[in-house]
Design a protein around this ligand. Structure first.
Ligand SMILES: [Zn+2]
Ligand SMILES: [Zn+2]
Length: 115
């Protein structure tokens, strides 16, 4: 009997192939998921509660910026912690933004912390 939950080299979130040569091999991480996943056209790739075991591609690990709604590339996100704040959120409720989306004050704090 084959294990239907193992989706091999496919991304658990976007369903794309992450195998070597696919262009998504770099920065992929082993992952599993049970949440609903939709493709760009809104079609369901994985149903809510459907367990699958595979990988997460770098694209799917990117975060959405709280201020401009664009995706932030991995490792380029800025959190209040990066600006020396003890709070989990910036004063406007944002918690993860692009560096260029920081306010002037936040940028100053960020430079102070990160040199
Ligand atoms: Zn993906
Ligand atoms: Zn942004």
């Amino acid at each position: 009997m084959s294990n239907k939950n193992d989706i091999g080299n496919r991304c658990v979130k976007c369903g794309e192939d992450t195998s070597f040569g696919s262009g998504r091999f770099v920065n992929r991480i082993p992952a599993d998921a049970t949440y609903e996943a939709l493709d760009k056209n809104g079609n369901i790739i994985f149903k809510e509660g459907e367990y699958r075991d595979g990988y997460a591609c770098a694209e799917c690990m990117a975060f959405e910026c709280c201020r401009c709604d664009e995706m932030i590339p991995m490792d380029e996100d800025v959190t209040p912690y990066d600006c020396g704040s003890e709070e989990a959120e910036f004063s406007d409720g944002a918690y993860r933004v692009h560096h260029e989306c920081l306010t002037e004050i936040e940028k100053l704090h960020f430079e102070e912390i990160n040199g």
